[in-house]
Design a protein around this ligand. Sequence first.
Ligand SMILES: [Zn+2]
Length: 465
Amino acid sequence: MTIKIYNTLTRDKEVFKPLEKGKVGIYVCGPTVYNYIHIGNARPAIVFDTVRRYFKYKGYDVNYVLNFTDVDDKIIATAHELGKDVSEVANKFIDAYLEDVSALGVLEATYHPRVTETMDDIIQFIKGLIEKDFAYEVDGDVYFKPRAFDEYGKLSDQSIDELRSGARIQIGELKEDPLDFALWKKAKEGEVSWESPWGEGRPGWHIECSAMAKKYLGETIDIHAGGQDLTFPHHENEIAQSEALNEKQFANYWMHNGYMNIDNEKMSKSLGNFVLARDLIKEHDPKVLRFFMLSVHYRNPINFTAELLAGAKNSFERIETTYMNLEHRKGTSLNLVTEDNGWIEKVASFRDQFEKEMDDDFNTANAISVLFELSKTANLYLESKQTSIKVIQNFQDAITSFLSILGIELEESELLDEEIDALIKEREEARENRNYDRADEIRDQLSEMNIILEDTAQGIRWKRS
Ligand SMILES: [Zn+2]
């Protein structure tokens, strides 16, 4: 089976063809590190981590690059406010970012390049653009000329004249055309700066990604990804810079994730609905947050509400419970049989369906529906009065494998707790039904697990001995 990707550049779903067989290079625009990330920033981190995991599952060797913009106006302003160095502020929020996304199951990138560590490559890139007459220097600033690049506007599907009508030259800017954008900014008094052929200064935002993508993935890359809001001007400018210099297609596939709203409203500081990822992680199980995030297709907008999140929690717990019930049944070996009666084939067909959905532009929303069907079928199996350890193992492997593609690992200890609760419940039911043999059997099983039962006014409590 092949993977299909909706390519923003062609506005079409295309079969993915890697540059090199069995390998895929992905560049994702990372955060500007001047504060803690909000939940909207967590979406691309989770979405493209899932894309990466699925490629890996399909046997690809994935080179995943996500940059940190560790010098820019906002970081400089924050550093100034706090009376700290730019690097101190950047390091603090890089650590915070990694901590937050890792709690959400996001794997570390193959490379996490930083602007301040890529300065030579950025300067070389800009020099090349000036030599080719796509850029010019004026009074210590360097500007790129979109008009010199014929295909400018192709990603965001806008003509250069449409774009021109909305652009203005700011007071103090010495650029030739309102569309021109900065590749290098002359240092202001007291600002952190680097030496360059154009004097002390620092790079503009767009150039870093062109330089980093080239350094870590080559002149043409397989997939470039980021939030939908980056399509213009950021990604449009990256294409212009890279294709002007390298004279090659920059990225074969462009992927963009949709917006995130809070209670149907755009998230913004002025609306006061700015939800930090780390605050949410404190209040909610990060696995549920991730599950919720992936329950909507990545290109669709996602609406974050307490009700929808509670719904996701419920759904996720149903799957966990199924897994735990399977685990429990393995221990009881009720009506042990050796034949699988076609159940293993059924599980395999769910795997096919799951892959079919993921192959179709990483449709995690539908893939999660398949996971539910699998879970329901596992419950039917448990209700049928037979136990084949092999069938149960197949169900469990499929559940953990699907969840792990989605970046969610079930934790042993948590499962164990739930398993104990389920055993206690079953024991009480057995006693109510006067099935004392079964009740005793469970009591022995719990005692082997070093679990002590206590009768309290609120019912049975347990603790580890
Ligand atoms: Zn970028």
